[in-house]
Design a protein around this ligand. Structure first.
Ligand code: NAP
Ligand code: ZN
Ligand code: ZN
Length: 349
């Protein structure tokens, strides 16, 4: 077994604290990585606080992982010792169903293995995430990192990046289209960067007036303070595509009214409570309403390569791991620009 240590939630209502644990012995197709950086996703908070149900404690969160390869199994082809590698939200799937065969492991018909808060395919080995010093992963679930990008700013691409890249690609956002992004947090700020990179006219909808300047700098063409009904009305029936990245329950209807005929609203934010949609908001303009879950391994690699070519990274605030509980609180208050990333050098043995 591999000795590991990190920070864990022991229950849904206690702060994250130092935690010692063991990871499985690496197999011949596995890599053992030293974790250098791990991003702090709002999903880590939802899960550590059991806001979605089904939490397994103790829980070591973290699924935006960049690290250095310490050891490779005999059958590993992608990496050698010393290489930089990345791991996102998935560390396993059946690899045999029609979704897996299409490289859509996140939709595995037999259930994927989450990087944390999950069990390996054997049904009993716990998975623990990236708020820790190391990780053991099958190389099929590892990613290569472009060499020109700063690693702390790459880590959040593994979830915030792919979760926004994937729907923008799937719905084929292109130049000339008007794209809305609701919520300028970790996911939202990457949606703005990708929407801009794909040539769309990007409109950010935010509840935070202090983010307007940033939104424009990140690539937005327009910014709407969503509490202002008059500003919202200016965009009625005009958006080809709108991505909801909000982590809390909100009324989606005023946003659906902004979508043009045959346009689509895609939800990626996983609010703990359901929202109600007025059917007429879909029916009268033949609008669609859809969701999207992270991205599969091939698309995640495509996204990382795209970021390497176009010099796209995340805007991050690097923190020592002792500040993780404060970072959770600040994220909940929408006070993060735009992703906390843990520098794992700060983790003491
Ligand atoms: P985040 O950094 O906290 O950003 C969420 C943003 O939503 C905030 O910055 C804020 O933006 C807005 N917001 C928060 N509370 C709000 C409220 N009560 N009313 C209106 N707006 C509010 O979170 P994140 O890491 O980007 O994650 C966002 C959501 O996506 C979470 O629910 C997360 O679990 C989910 N997620 C889903 C997937 C997937 O595969 N579908 C993957 C990763 C994460 P403004 O200040 O601009 O208003
Ligand atoms: Zn995430
Ligand atoms: Zn499968």
């Amino acid at each position: 077994m591999i000795k590991s240590h990190g920070y864990a939630a022991q229950s849904s209502h206690t702060a994250l604290q130092p935690f010692q644990f063991e990871r499985r012995e690496p197999r011949e197709q596995d890599v053992l990585m030293e974790i250098l950086y791990c991003g702090v996703c709002h999903s880590d908070i939802h899960q550590a606080r059991n806001e979605w149900g089904g939490a397994i404690f103790p829980m070591v969160p973290g699924h935006e992982i960049v690290g250095k390869v310490l050891q490779v199994g005999a059958k590993v082809k992608k990496f050698k010792v010393g290489d930089i590698a990345a791991v996102g939200c998935l560390v396993g799937s059946c690899r045999d169903c029609s979704s897996c065969k299409k490289g859509l492991e996140q939709y595995c018909e037999n259930g994927f293995v989450g990087t944390y808060n999950s069990y390996e395919k054997d049904g009993k080995t716990r998975t623990y995430g990236g708020y820790s010093n190391n990780i053991v992963v099958d190389e099929a679930f590892t990613l290569k990192v472009p060499t020109n990008l700063e690693l702390s700013k790459v880590a959040p691409l593994l979830c915030a990046g792919i979760t926004t890249y994937s729907p923008l690609r799937h719905w084929q956002v292109k130049p000339g289209q008007k794209v809305g992004v609701i919520g300028l947090g970790g996911l939202g700020h990457m949606a703005v960067k990708f929407g801009h990179a794909f040539g769309a006219h990007v409109v950010v909808f935010t509840t935070s007036p202090n983010k307007v300047e940033d939104a424009l700098r990140l690539g937005a063409n327009e910014v709407v303070i969503s509490k202002n009904a008059n500003e919202m009305k200016k965009h009625l029936n005009s958006l080809d595509f709108i991505l909801n990245t909000v982590s809390a329950p909100i009324d989606l209807n005023p946003y659906l009214e902004l979508v043009k005929q045959d346009g689509v609203m895609v939800v990626v934010g996983v609010a703990p409570e359901p929202s109600t949609i007025q059917q007429t908001n879909l029916i009268f303009k033949r609008r669609s309403f859809a969701g999207s879950l992270i991205g599969g391994l091939p698309e995640t690699q495509e996204m990382l390569d795209f970021c390497g070519k176009n010099n796209i990274t995340c805007d991050v605030e690097v923190i020592p791991i002792e500040k993780i509980n404060e970072a959770f609180e600040r994220t909940i208050k929408s006070d993060v620009k735009y992703r906390f990333v843990i520098d794992m050098k700060s983790l003491k043995a």
